[in-house]
Each structure stands twice: as structure tokens, then as C-alpha cells.
Design a protein around this ligand. Structure first.
Ligand code: ADP
Ligand code: ASP
Ligand code: MG
Length: 843
């Protein structure tokens, strides 16, 4: 039959067609497919019922039905919708429909698709739906600026049309746009007067964005030479509202209406409005925010299409929101369940309800980037085999991570809950009555508490509903509290293979613990497609980055603050500068020095300091040192999961902060001996804290410089060895001096030589006093389990008593030869006692 291929070029010459009367309609469709006037001719809007938000918005046929028309209709309905693989569905989001240039681009992509038949679902131009909701908001709150805001909406579309269309197409579009705008003006005026709009009234208003964008796009597609018509999906999609501000498609009725619609519009290219639909009573409604993805999926199912392609502004579904995790990777393939979980948990690249309609018929969804056609996108489909040739698993068991912000936790607690049937039903009954949506639930098996997350804006109503429902139980003490914990976020890990891989949650929680993130509640469905944790909102991005880098082996980013850029600190910074590339490439560590502080000046940077010029920067751009501010900025002004402070001073004031830093989750690395050799009680507190938490406190360089002495000792102790004795030369400086204090060499000459060679501290008394050695000894002793104070270590100082407190280092060096005689005697005594042996130095 001639209609089997309605897109054939013979569309104009249907004279051989037995239903020649229909020629007129088809030709009309071709010249002016789905014009708004056409739409208005079909619909008569019963404003009264729209206003009340009730049934019976009548879309009735205006035209008088003659018997000939009737016959024609009957005949037309015999044109069957050719369902199946010949159809491909495309959906272009608001991001793709931002301006005239983009709309042209969309039309090009449609032209390039070689499918025999295609249905294109479009969103409103970007921002338009927000603008439309804004109009209603303003009118409802009796703000008469809605009129200028409506003008802006009109201007946006007019401007775009002027750029895209010309001649009759342009004139038609503009006249219809004007007509719609004047209708909207009247409606908004009515809302303004009433100070209220029903949901159906709002839905009717906001849906215009999609009507206009579909109009514009189909006109451009036709201008490009492709026969195409426009579908007002309110004529086809029938949905039932649910109590939870969602809608459920009525596939049977929608299918029937589609058949009918198609029989009147048998085109091979159809541009359809996303987002909008009708109730069974023909009241215009919407599929709710971001619903165009859902529209496309429903269409996919109704047409039994080969594929649904969702075009947007990113290369596909990423392993985490690319705005929050710069290392996120594109997921080539996702199962339907994984995509559903990801989108449910906030990956707004796809509306969560998009999956179910297509999953039923195994129709794949492909997410593609309209701005990067070379990227192949993400395919969402039934999972194929998961193993590579060697039988090894190819990918991480966790596919992706997503977060939902602005949640509050509600905790209902009490001993009267355990073993009482119906408590959960009462709780969630009350929550339902408050109209809130429960995002996750967790109940420990002790049944003493039930906790659940709801959107923050709904939590007050939930708490009030619970308090009123459980008043009696609260008064009687059967319930101890209904607590609200605000400012929470959910982090969900999603992946089908989590089900068969042990240790996934251990790794997840370990990564969170290492980033010092406190988990407030946990839920894991037994399908094991996702693990959900509730955390503080302020930790959310850091948590996302920490877990993502753990599973995807992306770079471990570390924020570092260096305290004391002297000889040691400065050398460290230079080493970091030289090692940065190796750390990045070989070890996947991205180390960023966010701050350097001396005792007087500090340098801060939120992006990381350029280490090739850190000295110049510190000198020229440094600000007044302030330890509190320093730590605040190094730790707080970024979303890097790990922060480490390196104390390169020998200062006990700096060391006195370690406990607080570790408690706050900052890792500490130091060669400074003051903390570990200070008062025993403080040392024990520090070690206890370090054992409890996942924060690192590394102090290997406090003894033996670069040699792994402490870690060796720890290793021996952990494996059951007992330390009997530790022998050593604990000071390279003293060793050097003693080795040279032989023959005719005087003591002061030996010290002078050591100082000139740069082996001593600037003031050699720091070495000669023996305190430094005693500190090293006490650190090793404590490490071995001895509970000693520094004063328990006997030390013979080599600083002559009168020179202990007086003068500068230079003065000390000048005075020292006066004691050479005395030192020579002490050496002889030691020699006589057999306490001197000449050996090669050990540093
Ligand atoms: P459209 O207007 O095309 O429907 P949306 O703004 O609704 O586009 O969705 C696309 C956006 O979703 C992207 O720009 C991206 O920032 C965001 N997004 C959030 N999570 C993810 C994720 N895991 N993968 C990809 N995009 C994501
Ligand atoms: N335009 C609608 C919205 O912004 C639907 C969509 O774009 O998916 O919510
Ligand atoms: Mg979207």
C-alpha cells in the first residue's frame, strides 16, 4: 500500500492512492506540520477545569465530522505503525538545544543518522523550563515582574527563530509563538490574581518550552530537506499521576493513541516533545523535572526501537560526577541496573526512570556527547560476558559513585521498639503522611533504632509527623528520641559485580577512614548493586574523591604543608620539586604543597605552590606567619582527600600541635624529636590516638636520619622479638669529633673542624650537650615499650659548665680552647679505663 513508506518522495503525488481525500491532510502536514494553529484547532481547553486541577480538560475536535471525513479516518487508522528495529530514538537535552547554532547542529545529526525511521525527542531550550517555573513562582507570589520575565522567554525564542527560519516557516512560528505568549500572559495574570496555581495549570504552562523547541527543530530539519513532522506528545503519552509526585505511563492507552496518531502522521522522521504528556482525562501534565529522558525511553518501548540515544554535553556516564572528580573515567558499558542505581543516586546525566521502559524490551540506551562526536559514549544494555581472554576480571567491581546532597537523617530510637511488630510501618506511615520521600533506610538488627534519610527541606514536616504519631510512646519512654541530623549527604557506590566480589565494602570504608570521614549510617540492598553511606555534607566531595581514587587507581592527591623551610625543610622542598614528575608517573601520587611556613613568614596557595620558585615566592609573596591560619588553609581550602603536615623544625611548640592535627585527620611526618621525647604522658596519648585512627604519624627520621631504624624495630616487635639491647653511635657529629680527638689534636680543634665541615648544629653546644643523643635513645626506648622520661637517661655533657649558658656560638668557640687541657685529661681517664676504641665512624 502506498502508505507503507510514507517518507517516500512520492508523498506529494498520492493521486494513485485510493484514499485520495487524505491527500489534503498529508500535504497540509508537510507544509505546516504540527503548527500551533493545528494544535489549537484540535484542542479546546476547558480553562475552568484546568484551574481546579480536575478532570475533563476537553480536547475536542473542532472540525465538523462529515461522513466522508469519518470514512477517511477509518481508512487512515489502517495505516499500521511499523514497530521495531527500523526505528531509532534520539533525545536531545536542553544542553544540546541552547541556541540557534546548536539547534542546527542537532538537525545535522538527525540527518546523518541512516536509520530508516527516527523519532527525535527534544527538551526545551536550555534554561527555559527553569524560566517557566520562575514565571509561575513570581505570579503566585504576586510579583508582577512575571510579565517582563515572560517577555524574556518570548524574546529568546523569537531571536532563535529569526536566526534559524525564514519565509513562511518563520512567519508561522512567530504567529503561533505570539498566540501562545498572549495565552500565557492571561493565564499568569489569573495565577497572579488568585495567588495560586494548581499543578495541572503549572504543568500546562511549563510544557510550552518543549512545544516551542520541537517546533523550531522540526522546521529546521524540514528546511534541511528531510520530511518530518512534529508530535505533541500530549496527544499520545498517557500517564497516571502517583501520590509521590511522579507519573506512571499507561503503555496500553499510549500505544493505542500512538497507533492512531501515526495513522494520521505516517512520517519516517518525527520530532516529539519531551517532558509533556496527558492524564487519562486529557489534562496536560509533565513527566516532572528532567523527564525528557523518560519520554525518550517510553517512546523507545512504544516503537520497540532498535536503540535510544541520549545526546547531552558530556562524553557519557562517568565513574563519578566529572564536576567533582577530575579523574573520573568514562564507563563504556553499564548494565541497566547499574545505570539505574547511578542515576537514582544523583548522577543527573540520566533520569532514573529512563531504564525500566527500555529494559523490558532489551533496547540499549547510548549516552553521547553532541559536542564531541568522536567519543563513543556509554552503552547501557544487558551485560555481556565480564571476563577477558585470560579469564580475569577486567574492571573494578565498583562501576561508579554518585552523591545526593541536601539530606537530613532522622533517627527514631528507643528500647520499646525491639520485637514490637508494626513499628516500622507506623514510622513510615507517618513519613508518608508528611509527603516526604525516603531516600534510604537503615535499621540495626537490635531493633533499637531506625534511621532514614529524607530531603532536608522535608525533614521538619517528617519530625513533626513522627512526634505527633509517637507522642504517647515518647511520653511513656518507650521511644527515647526522634533526632534530626541535618546537613548530610549520601554517597553511593554502584556496581553489579559488587555482589560477587568479597572485600568491596572493606575497601570502601577503609578509603573513607583514611580520608578521616565519619560514616553516620550505612545501607546495602541485598541485590548488592549499591552500598550507600551517609556522611556530613561538608565531607562529601572529599569522600567522593577518596573512594573514587581507591577503586579507579586514579592519582592519590595529597595536600602538603611544610613547616620550617630551613636546611632540612628547604632540602625536602627541593627534593619534592625534583621528584614530582616521578611521583606522578610512577607512583600515581599527585603531591601538592599548599603552604610553607617559617617562624615569621608563610606562603599559601589553594592550587599548590610552584616548587621551582618557592624561595622567591616565600620572600616576595609571603604573609605574616600564623599557625592556625596556615593549618586551616592547607587542610580546608580544597577538596583533596588527604592532608599531610611535615614539621621540619626542632620546635616543641610546633610539636605540641600534633595531637590536635592527628585528631582532625591530618597526617603528620616529622624529623622533630620533641614530641616523641617530651613528657611521657603526651607521647603515650599521641601513640594511642595514632593507633585508634587511620591518620599517619611518621617519625622515622627522628633517629638514624635516613636509615630505617624505627621501622625495623617495629617490625621486630610486631613479629614477637624481644629487644635485649640497642647499641649505636647516635650522633654523627660526636662520632666525627671523637674520631678526630686523637693524638696531638685538641678537643677545640676537633670541634672547630667539625663545625667548619658543616657537621655540627650552628651552635655546637646543641651536639656536645648530649641531649640530642638522649632524645634519640628515649625514642628508641619508648618504641621498645619502656616507659621512660628524658631525665631517666644519664648524660655526660661535653660542654664545660661555665660555657653552658653564656654567649653566642662564636663566643663559645673562642672560649673552648681554655678547656682543652681538661678535656685531654678526661680522654686519658677514659683510655685508662679501657673506654676508648678507635673505629671507623658510623653516622
Ligand atoms: P541534559 O540537559 O542534556 O539532559 P543534564 O544537565 O540533565 O543534561 O545532564 C548532564 C550533566 O550531568 C553533565 O553535564 C554532568 O555534569 C552531570 N553528571 C552528574 N553525574 C554524572 C556522571 N556520573 N556522568 C556524567 N555526567 C554526570
Ligand atoms: N525541560 C524539562 C526540564 O528541564 C525536561 C528535560 O529537559 O528533561 O526539567
Ligand atoms: Mg537531563
Amino acid at each position: 500500500m502506498a502508505f507503507a513508506s510514507p517518507m517516500s518522495p512520492s508523498l506529494h503525488s498520492l493521486s494513485s492512492n485510493p484514499f485520495s481525500k487524505h491527500n489534503k491532510i498529508l500535504t497540509l502536514n508537510k507544509i505546516q506540520p504540527f503548527s500551533l494553529s493545528h494544535r489549537h484547532a484540535l484542542f479546546r481547553i476547558d480553562w475552568g477545569s484546568l484551574w481546579q486541577g480536575q478532570a475533563s480538560l476537553n480536547y475536542s475536535l473542532y472540525s465538523s465530522i462529515t461522513s466522508a471525513d469519518f470514512l477517511l479516518d477509518e481508512a487512515l487508522e489502517k495505516i499500521q505503525l511499523p514497530k521495531g528495529d527500523t526505528w531509532s530514538i534520539h533525545k536531545f537535552g536542553g544542553t544540546c538545544m541552547g541556541a540557534s547554532e546548536r539547534i542546527r547542529n542537532v538537525a545535522d545529526i538527525i540527518a546523518k543518522d541512516e536509520s530508516e525511521r527516527k523519532l527525535v525527542v527534544v527538551s526545551a531550550m536550555s534554561k527555559v523550563t527553569d524560566m517557566m517555573y520562575g514565571l509561575i513562582e513570581r505570579a503566585q507570589s504576586r510579583d508582577n515582574s512575571y510579565a517582563t520575565a515572560l517577555d524574556a522567554v518570548m524574546e529568546k525564542h523569537k531571536f532563535t527563530a529569526l536566526d534559524l527560519l525564514e519565509g513562511d516557516d518563520l512567519a508561522n512560528f512567530l504567529s503561533l509563538l505570539n498566540q501562545d505568549i498572549s495565552n500565557l500572559k492571561a493565564m499568569l495574570r489569573a495565577i497572579y490574581i488568585a495567588g495560586h496555581a494548581t499543578e495541572s495549570f503549572s504543568d500546562f504552562v511549563v510544557g510550552h518550552g518543549e512545544l516551542w523547541s520541537a517546533q523550531l527543530l522540526s522546521a529546521v530539519v524540514r528546511k534541511n530537506g528531510l520530511d518530518c513532522t512534529c508530535m505533541d506528545t500530549r496527544e499520545v503519552l498517557v500517564v497516571n499521576p502517583t501520590s509521590s509526585n511522579q507519573v506512571d505511563p499507561d503503555y496500553l492507552e499510549s500505544g493505542r493513541r500512538l497507533e492512531k496518531w501515526y495513522s494520521h502522521n505516517p512520517f519516517n522522521t518525527i520530532v516529539a516533545t519531551g517532558f509533556i504528556a496527558s492524564t487519562p482525562q486529557n489534562i496536560p501534565t509533565t513527566l516532572k523535572r528532567d523527564g525528557s529522558d523518560f519520554s525518550a525511553a517510553i517512546m523507545g518501548a512504544l516503537f520497540r526501537a532498535r536503540q535510544v540515544t541520549i545526546w547531552t554535553d558530556v562524553d557519557g556516564v562517568y565513574s563519578a560526577d566529572p564536576r567533582k572528580v577530575s579523574d573520573a573515567v568514562i564507563l563504556r558499558e553499564l548494565s541497566y541496573q547499574e545505570a539505574w542505581e547511578m542515576s537514582y543516586f544523583g548522577a543527573n546525566v540520566l533520569h532514573p526512570r529512563t531504564i525500566i521502559p527500555v529494559m523490558v524490551y532489551d533496547i540499549p540506551i547510548v549516552i553521547r556527547n553532541i559536542f564531541n562526536l568522536s567519543a563513543c559514549g556509554t552503552m547501557i544494555c544487558r551485560p555481556a560476558g565480564s571476563e577477558n581472554e585470560n579469564g580475569q576480571r577486567m574492571e573494578s567491581p565498583v562501576k561508579g559513585f554518585a552523591t545526593i546532597d541536601n539530606l537530613a537523617l532522622v533517627n527514631v530510637e528507643g528500647t520499646g521498639m525491639a520485637g514490637v511488630p508494626g513499628t516500622a510501618s507506623d514510622i513510615f506511615g507517618a513519613v508518608r503522611d508528611s509527603g516526604a520521600n525516603v531516600v534510604m533506610i537503615s535499621q540495626a538488627s537490635s531493633e533499637h533504632s531506625v534511621c532514614f534519610a529524607v530531603p532536608e527541606k522535608e525533614v521538619n514536616a517528617v519530625a513533626a509527623a513522627l512526634e505527633s504519631r509517637f507522642r504517647q510512646a515518647l511520653d511513656a519512654g518507650r521511644l527515647s528520641q526522634i533526632a534530626v541530623i541535618p546537613n548530610c549527604s549520601i554517597l553511593a557506590a554502584v556496581g553489579q559485580k559488587m555482589a560477587s566480589t568479597p572485600g568491596v565494602s572493606a575497601t570502601l570504608f577503609n578509603a573513607l577512614a583514611k580520608a578521616n570521614i565519619n560514616v553516620r549510617a550505612i545501607a546495602q540492598g541485598c541485590s548488592e548493586y549499591n552500598i550507600t553511606v551517609v556522611i556530613k555534607r561538608e565531607d562529601c566531595t572529599r569522600a567522593l574523591q577518596a573512594v573514587h581514587s581507591r577503586f579507579y587507581l586514579s592519582r592519590t592527591t595529597i595536600a602538603m604543608g611544610v613547616i620550617g623551610p630551613g636546611l632540612i625543610g628547604g632540602t625536602l622542598l627541593d627534593q619534592l620539586r625534583d621528584q614530582a614528575a616521578v611521583l606522578k608517573e610512577k607512583f600515581n601520587i599527585d603531591l601538592r604543597v599548599m603552604g610553607i611556613t617559617g617562624s615569621r613568614t608563610m606562603l599559601l596557595s589553594d592550587a599548590g605552590i610552584d616548587l621551582s620558585i618557592w624561595r622567591d615566592l616565600l620572600r616576595d609573596k609571603g604573609e605574616k606567619a600564623d599557625m592556625h591560619k596556615f593549618v586551616q588553609r592547607v587542610h580546608g581550602n580544597h577538596s583533596i582527600p588527604n592532608t599531610v603536615l611535615v614539621d621540619c623544625t626542632a620546635d616543641s611548640y610546633v610539636a605540641s600541635h600534633y595531637h590536635d592535627w592527628l585528631r582532625r585527620g591530618l597526617h603528620v611526618i616529622t624529623p622533630n624529636k620533641k614530641a616523641n621525647s617530651g613528657p611521657l604522658e603526651q607521647y603515650l596519648k599521641l601513640r594511642a590516638l595514632q593507633r585508634q585512627s587511620y591518620t599517619h604519624y611518621f617519625y622515622e627520621a627522628t633517629v638514624g636520619a635516613g636509615l630505617p631504624i624505627i621501622s625495623t624495630l617495629q617490625g621486630l616487635l610486631e613479629t614477637g622479638d624481644k629487644i635485649l639491647r640497642i647499641e649505636g653511635i647516635f650522633s654523627g657529629t660526636l662520632s666525627y669529633i671523637f674520631n678526630n680527638f686523637v693524638g696531638t689534636q685538641t678537643f677545640s680543634e676537633a670541634v672547630k673542624e667539625a663545625k667548619e665541615a658543616g657537621y655540627t648544629e650552628p651552635d655546637p653546644r646543641d651536639d656536645l650537650s648530649g641531649t640530642d643523643v638522649a632524645r634519640k635513645v628515649i625514642i628508641l626506648a619508648r618504641e621498645s615499650g619502656l616507659k621512660l622520661e628524658l631525665s631517666d637517661i644519664p648524660v655526660q655533657s661535653l660542654v664545660p659548665e661555665p660555657l653552658k649558658a653564656s654567649g653566642s656560638a662564636e663566643e663559645f668557640m673562642l672560649q673552648l680552647p681554655r678547656y682543652d687541657q681538661n678535656m685531654a685529661e678526661r680522654r686519658q681517664e677514659a683510655e685508662a679505663a679501657g673506654e676508648v676504641s678507635i673505629s671507623s665512624p658510623h653516622y
